[in-house]
Design a protein around this ligand. Structure first.
Ligand code: GTP
Ligand code: MG
Length: 587
């Protein structure tokens, strides 16, 4: 007996909501009914196996005369677009290939960008299926190759098609991928193949399968050759099943799993070691009489496949964790390996955002993406946003770090409560790409805000005239009416005369009995000034200037946003200082 064999490549379908992932897989599954003789497509738990004979039959002329050693393709029906990050294994994804599906009318959407970002991170080879071509105005279903079918369309349909494809090629290029219609590609290892399809009419699906099989055969054959050892797999879902208790849906990507095996699976704590009760496959639909008989027990399964496992103690298993068969010899090694893989491998920064996410896989994807965008992260954990996270985020003097990024998790009520007491922002999203975009926007706005506040805190030059007819109080403090001749004045500013003598500090500014934060050029207001006595240090008609420290003058010059008037006042202030303090003041 041979000790190794070639397994089916595992193919994952990704894309934005409603772009047609399920319809595509349904179409591929449905087409089997007409092709019974070729050997049916088998339904697995969480996966669909399409044997090479079925692909041959579907592809007809396209694959005639081609030799394949692949036994077929295993499509994973990932529930929701996040599931791809659950399919992790050390150093990458268990998916050998991926189909990125894009609605031809909508083009790239947030989840498409996110899918692409994750494919990039995992270095998973992929093709782009541009779906729903049947909806192009005037499009007709024709026979033949893609160029033949295109040439039979009317001008409008063809030009819409070409424009949309061109846009998608452009977007892929912006994202760092060189792509083209598959018919124009010579080197499939360097260019992403675009295959126009309709998941509804089936147009283009034979070509999609042909390209997938060709890619797998050419570039993955070595990688798909596996040993006939004990099984390795990844948990796709943890599910409660009536009559069975907690079960796990697993994709086996290597080796053999037997119904008598003892397995180890990852949890949040120590890996659980348990003996399999049953290996379960879904029964063909027409054989299910009672809903409790949904599954059929099998003795053993071989990679690659999807299988449901019933066993005790699976309650704490987390999706995305590895599964290994345990033997007397490998027990310690297996436990070490599982622990290693269920732990987070993340280098955190000393500063930055707090991140909470739903799974280890998504957390890793977020941290990687953040790194590539130069976003710093100081805490990253799986779980809902708790009070602790808000407190951690608030424990910094830097307003740019008072931020929690929440991906696909809840904000607990205790955390909401704490948010009322703390100046902490939580951004909650369920698309990584959008989460990053919103965070970057927030940082930008926050920085602007801080900049503005800083600017506002810097005293500006101002020149006022003491209106002689308005003396409300002579001293302690003196309250007088003034007109702002140029620039602005604010409470807290010191005032000086044109001989450089400081006469006091503005305590408050009032106009029509209201306190003002500042008064600007042209305003007539009442000011209270701590220090002078009217008639002694100041008298009606005096011109007073704000007394600016030299450091402020330098900063104002740097900022370069003074108005013409302010500049004139500043020059006057500098002139006074040079006369009275030193010749080089403000240089
Ligand atoms: P989610 O699982 O919700 O993310 O969506 P999905 O990507 O699985 O999309 P789904 O297959 O559910 O398709 C969404 C809608 O688009 C359905 O109404 C489909 O019938 C329709 N649809 C999918 N593919 C095609 C196509 O090729 N042509 C047309 N006309 N409609 C399509
Ligand atoms: Mg779907």
């Amino acid at each position: 007996m041979e000790s190794s064999y070639i397994r089916q490549p595992i193919v994952s379908v990704l894309g934005h909501v409603d772009h047609g992932k399920t319809t595509l897989l349904d179409y591929i599954r449905g087409s089997t009914v007409a092709l019974r003789e070729a050997g049916a497509i088998t339904q697995h738990i969480g996966a669909t196996e399409v044997p090479i004979d079925v692909i041959r039959e579907l592809c007809g002329e396209l694959l005639k005369g081609k030799e394949f050693t692949l036994p077929g393709l295993l499509f994973i029906d990932t529930p929701g677009h996040h599931a791809f990050t659950t399919l992790r294994k050390r150093g990458g994804s268990i998916a050998d290939l991926a189909i990125l599906i894009v609605d031809i009318n909508e083009g790239f959407k947030p989840q498409t960008y996110e899918s692409l970002m994750i494919l990039k991170q995992y270095k998973t080879p992929f093709i782009v299926a541009v779906n729903k071509i049947d909806t192009i105005t005037g499009w007709r279903r024709e026979e033949g190759t893609l160029p033949e079918r295109l040439s039979k369309q009317n001008d409008l349909a063809r030009s819409i098609f070409e424009e949309k494809i061109y846009e998608i090629i452009g977007t892929l290029s912006e994202q760092g991928f060189s792509s083209d219609l598959y018919t124009n590609i010579r080197d499939f290892s360097r260019n992403v193949a675009i295959i126009p399809i309709s998941a509804k009419t089936g147009e283009g699906i034979p070509e999609l399968l042909m390209v997938l099989v060709g890619l797998a055969q050419r570039f993955l054959e070595k990688h798909l050759t596996i040993e006939k050892g004990p099984a390795k797999g990844t948990v796709l879902e943890v599910k409660e099943e009536r009559g069975l208790g907690t079960t796990i849906d697993v994709i086996i990507y290597s080796g053999t799993l037997r119904s008598t095996d003892t397995i180890a699976v990852g949890t949040r704590e120590e890996p659980v070691i348990t003996k399999i009760k049953a290996l379960l496959k879904p029964k063909p639909l027409d054989e299910i009489r009672d809903p409790r008989e949904k599954f059929e027990s099998v003795e053993e399964v071989h990679a690659a496949c999807g299988i449901k496992i019933s066993a005790p103690d699976l309650e704490d298993v987390i999706p995305g964790s590895p599964l290994r068969v345990v033997t007397q010899e490998n027990k310690n090694e297996v436990i070490r390996e599982i622990k290693e893989q269920t732990e987070l491998h993340i280098d955190l920064d000393d500063e930055g955002a707090v991140v909470k996410a739903d799974t280890i896989g998504s957390l890793e994807a977020i941290v990687k993406e953040a790194k590539s965008r130069n976003i710093k992260i100081r805490k990253a954990e799986v779980g809902n946003v708790s009070k602790r996270d808000i407190v951690d985020a608030s424990a910094t003097n830097d307003p740019l770090q008072r931020i929690v990024l929440a991906f696909n998790v809840k904000i607990l009520p205790e955390a909401e409560e704490e948010m009322r007491n703390q100046d902490v922002t939580v951004i909650k999203e369920d698309v990584i790409y959008t989460l990053m975009e919103r965070y970057e926007e927030w940082v930008y706005k926050k920085k602007e805000e801080i900049e503005r506040a800083k600017k506002e805190a810097i005293p500006r030059p101002g020149m006022i005239k003491f209106l002689p007819e308005y003396v409300f109080r002579v001293s302690k403090p003196a309250i007088i009416g003034v007109r702002v001749l140029a620039g602005r004045i604010k409470p807290g500013m010191k005032l000086m005369k044109d001989d450089g003598r400081v006469i006091g500090t503005i305590r408050s500014i009032q106009s029509e009995r209201k306190s003002l934060d500042e008064a600007i050029q042209g305003q007539e207001v009442a000011v209270s000034i701590e220090g002078p006595t009217v008639g002694r240090q100041i008298k009606g008609g005096d011109i007073l200037y704000t007394d600016l420290p030299e450091s402020v003058v330098k900063k104002l010059k740097e900022m370069g946003d003074l108005t013409y008037d302010e500049k004139e006042v500043l020059d006057k202030i500098i002139e006074i200082k040079r006369k009275t303090v030193d010749r080089f003041w403000g240089l």
